[in-house]
Every structure is written in C-alpha cells, then in structure tokens.
Design a protein around this ligand. Structure first.
Ligand code: BGC
Length: 258
C-alpha cells in the first residue's frame, strides 16, 4: 500500500513519458499520488511510465495531449476529473527548444516553442483552475521553467521568450489565484541529463565547457528536480507561492573572471 507526502492526491504531469516530467511523475507516485501521465509522441514510453508509476501502488492513467492545442489541454483536465473525481496538482513540464540565431528564427519555430512552453501551460492552467473553482477546491500549479527564465541563452531566443513569459505568468497567477487557495511556483532547472540535452551530451567539447560553469561539477538528474516538486506539491510547501526555485548546481551564479 502506498504511503507518503502526497497520499490521496492526484497530479497531472505534462510531458511525463520522458525526462524531468517522467522523473516527477514517478516520484509523485512513490509519495502516494495518483498520476495522469501525458505524452505527445511516444505512447510506448508513456505506457512504460504509467506501469512504473502503478508499481508504487497508486493509480496511473495515460492520456495523449499536445499541450499546444487548447482542446487537448481541456481533454487532459477532463480525463483527470472523470477518472479520479478531481485533481490537486498540475505540473506544466512539457517543453521544447529550437536552436537558431535570432536572424534565422522562422515563424514556425517561434510558434512551436511559444505554443508549447507558454500558451500550452497558460491554457492548461486555465482549464485546471476552472475545474478547481467550480469544485471549490484548493490546488497547486508547478511550472518547470528553466534557468533561462532569467539567464541569457544565445541562439535560443524563442526558448528564452517562453521561459521569461512563464516566469511572469507564475507571478501574476500567484496573486490572482492565492485567494482561491491555489499556489503557483516555478522550478528552474539548469542542465539536466534528459532527452532535450541529447545533442549537447554527445558533444564533448560543448559538454565540458558547460560543466566548467557548473560549481557542483555535474549535470543534474531528474531526481534532483523531482524532490523539490514533491515539496512544492505537498503541505510542506503550503505557504509558498509566487516564487522560482533554481535547481542548477550553481550554474546561474557562476560568473567569474579569469
Ligand atoms: C535547456 C538546456 C540547457 C540548460 C542550461 C535548459 O533549460 O533546456 O538545453 O543546457 O538549460 O543552459
């Protein structure tokens, strides 16, 4: 029988067939939460995550949703409510990045990145909060942003725009939704070993240059992020709203001159 800090809670985690989302969904399950696993393009990875979550003794369902489509975000929330009778926690994790110098950014790249990382999280949160409001329930929203909600990332201007945007949406919603008992926070990961960084990890010189900038001397793991997500989702984080929590091994603070 499951036990833990999230016992009896239900959580939606977007982009949870891999990477940080998968790490959070499994950690939530290990803490007793029922989880809604969302995937966009890899059903088999989603199913594997779902089965691993259930091995912790909780219920887990798999839902296909491309968060850049508003109807998909509404269906995701609908599925959680229909199958679990409610939902307490939303983790907006699904995200993409596109490498392009500013002058080469296409409208298509811009739309893909902004629609997934910003518009997707925005309207999924709206659908989630509408349900909480009609059920008169409190809730928790956690956005997985990035150190690049604040720090420059040359050649990733679309990514920076989306992450800076989600930083301000989080701050705004913490104020608007606080009176409804809804807490909203961001987790800003640095370089985490996940599929989004596959190319970087295969490029030794680039990887070593990055590692030289990380005071803790290593890339992060999905578990490094998931522990903080549990804290924010649980009652331990009950008085925490409107903040960003950086999980980056010190990367963001590491300016030094030779
Ligand atoms: C990006 C990674 C990058 C890391 C540190 C993350 O948000 O997804 O590609 O390596 O930030 O710069």
């Amino acid at each position: 029988m499951a036990s833990g800090r999230l016992l009896g809670k239900t959580a939606i985690v977007t982009g949870s067939a891999s990477g940080i989302g998968q790490g959070i969904a499994l950690r939530f399950a290990s803490e007793g939460a029922n989880v809604v696993i969302d995937f966009r393009s890899h059903p088999e990875a989603g199913e594997e995550t779902r089965a691993k979550a259930e091995a912790f003794g909780v219920k887990a369902i798999l839902v296909h949703a491309d968060v850049s489509k508003i109807s998909d975000t509404q269906n995701l929330v609908e599925q959680a409510w229909t199958q679990f009778g409610g939902c307490d926690v939303l983790v907006n994790n699904a995200g993409v990045e596109k490498h392009a110098a500013f002058l080469d950014v296409t409208e298509e790249d811009y739309d893909t990145v902004l629609d997934t990382n910003l518009k997707g999280a925005f309207f999924l949160t709206q659908a989630f909060v509408k349900r909480l409001q009609s059920a008169k329930k409190p809730g928790v929203v956690i956005n997985i942003s990035s150190v690049h909600e604040d720090m420059v990332f040359p050649n990733f201007s679309t990514y920076c725009a989306s992450k800076g945007g989600i930083r301000m949406v989080m701050r705004d919603l913490a104020v608007e939704l606080g009176p409804m008992g809804i807490r909203v926070n961001n987790i800003a990961p640095g370089a985490i070993a996940t599929p989004i960084n596959t190319a970087l990890m295969a490029d030794k010189p680039k990887l070593n240059a990055l590692l030289a900038n990380i005071p803790l001397g290593r890339m992060g793991t999905t578990d490094d992020v998931a522990g903080l997500a549990v804290f924010l989702a649980s009652e331990d984080g009950g008085y925490v709203t409107g903040s960003t929590f950086v999980v980056d091994g010190g990367l963001m603070r590491n300016y030094h001159e030779q």
